[in-house]
Design a protein around this ligand. Structure first.
Ligand SMILES: Cc1cc2nc3c(=O)[nH]c(=O)nc-3n(C[C@H](O)[C@H](O)[C@H](O)COP(=O)(O)O)c2cc1C
Length: 216
């Protein structure tokens, strides 16, 4: 697939069919995604894959245990403009696809909890980083993850990166048997999209180029 078309087609898919994803395919995509650049070629990504029964087990465990103290704050405490509005618009647009109004906190909460079911995807991954790493290495994780997500689209799969898993650091680390020196950054749902679910009609907005780029 053409790279532009792949970028256009990639979106966060938040409803999946129960169709299984072959481990071999995930392995192939991870191998290829590791061609992502990283400062000094440090390659700081550490990935734990859950698929089929292991996916079911972590979903069950997360539900039983509930959220924990996160190890890092996902957003700054008070997000400012224009970021605050960007985030707000995304949330409102997403809930609008499903007809969930602002007042219906319970329905919104229930939807949020679907994160910890990988939105129904039969596979997922957890991306960790060594605690000793600095900000640049965290940005390397993003390069790796985006490369993986594009390759997934190319392979007929869909994904949703999920910071919400950072609310389950101990549960996930214990389950994956990840060493103490690793910190959970995020999870990711991997699977085949449910085209009949309204949430997948969401097309997130972007700010125009002149609002984020300056020619000096
Ligand atoms: C690192 C990262 C973490 C994310 N965490 C979540 C999450 O926990 N739950 C969720 O529904 N979407 C999550 N998203 C998806 C973003 O909301 C989404 O990328 C953004 O709204 C742009 O939409 P698009 O991916 O469809 O283009 C995450 C995205 C990234 C890059």
């Amino acid at each position: 697939m053409d790279v532009r078309e792949t970028i256009e087609r990639r979106m966060s898919v938040r409803a999946y069919l129960p169709t299984g994803v072959p481990d071999g395919l995930i392995r192939e995509l991870l191998t290829m995604a590791s061609r992502a650049p990283s400062g000094g070629n440090v390659q700081p990504w550490k990935v734990y894959v859950v698929n089929g029964s292991s996916r079911d087990e972590i979903v069950k465990l997360a539900r039983e245990r509930g959220p924990e103290e996160p190890e890092y704050p996902i957003y700054p405490e008070r997000l400012w403009e224009p970021y605050r509005t960007n985030r707000f618009k995304l949330g409102e647009a997403m809930y609008a696809t499903m007809g969930i109004p602002r007042e219906d906190k319970e329905a919104r909460f229930r939807w949020f909890a679907r994160n910890q079911e990988f939105f129904g995807a039969s596979a997922g991954l957890f991306c960790f980083v060594d605690r000793g790493m600095n900000k640049p290495q965290w940005s390397d994780l993003g390069m790796f993850l985006q490369t993986f997500m594009l390759l997934a689209v190319d392979a007929g799969l869909d994904t949703c990166a999920q910071e919400s898993w950072s609310l389950y650091p101990r549960t996930v680390s214990e389950f994956c048997n990840a060493p103490e020196e690793l910190m959970l950054f995020c999870g990711m749902a991997i699977g085949y999209r449910d085209d009949n679910h309204p949430v997948n009609t969401l097309r997130s907005e972007r700010v125009p180029v002149d609002e984020f780029a300056t020619w000096v």
